[in-house]
Design a protein around this ligand. Structure first.
Ligand SMILES: N[C@@H](CCC(=O)N[C@@H](CS)C(=O)NCC(=O)O)C(=O)O
Length: 205
């Protein structure tokens, strides 16, 4: 069995890196420099035509999109280790929160970032779009806080890779100035997630 994982620090790949650490599976890691356009070489584009990380190559077969990678790693290596639910209702809930994290939460936060951050040309930024994206992100944080009220983890009674993925998104979004302190259940859960040794490894520069 061979696993090769392509990533860049502080990118969408970090939650998959966190998952690989939690699972403890042997996996070659290839660190790429996004500024140097290392995801746009012909060799990389042949594996992922989108030119983006994360990318997992499992026994020679490339898999892109963080949710697909995370779910694949979870169902292949995580069920016995209780890091991913077995097929059934809990598995559906896991997929539900993974999809929500990317399609709703990250999407709103990316819209906020691209309409506020200096790295994007001023003439392409729109203050109204940024305001709406900020409100949406805060609304989604409130939904997460409500879901976590009275719970330790996102799905079931133990930490799973779903916690890693969603907490990874929340950590990144918090870095843009979104405060979690007024959301007690979310904030306490985030601290529990960040206390895991794998978090520090995944977020290293
Ligand atoms: N929806 C994708 C997002 C992937 C993505 O946007 N990756 C960015 C880093 S956060 C990237 O590799 N950008 C490099 C580029 O576009 O040149 C996922 O979740 O895997």
């Amino acid at each position: 069995m061979s696993l090769v994982f392509h990533y860049a620090p502080w990118s969408s790949a970090i939650t998959c890196l966190w998952a690989i650490e939690e699972l403890g599976v042997p996996c070659e890691r290839v660190k790429l420099d996004l500024q140097a356009k290392q995801t746009h070489t012909p060799e990389f584009l042949a594996l992922n035509p989108n030119g983006k990380v994360p990318l997992l190559v499992h026994d020679g077969v490339p898999i892109f999109e963080s949710i697909a990678i995370l779910a694949h790693l979870g169902e292949t290596f995580g069920v016995e280790k209780k890091l991913f639910p077995a097929p059934g209702i809990a598995r559906a809930q896991a997929l539900q929160w993974l999809a929500w994290s990317n399609a709703a939460l990250r999407d709103a936060a990316v819209r906020y970032m691209t309409n506020t951050a200096d790295q994007f040309p001023a003439e392409q930024r729109n203050a109204k779009v940024a305001e709406l994206a900020k409100a949406e992100t805060n609304k989604l944080f409130a939904i997460l806080d409500k879901h976590l009220a009275g719970k330790q983890w996102m799905v079931g009674d133990t930490f799973t890779l779903v916690d890693a993925h969603v907490a990874g998104a929340v950590t990144w979004i918090s870095g843009m100035g979104f405060d979690t302190k007024a959301l007690p259940a979310l904030d306490a859960w985030l601290e529990r997630c960040k206390a895991r040794p794998a978090f520090a490894v995944a977020w290293a520069p």
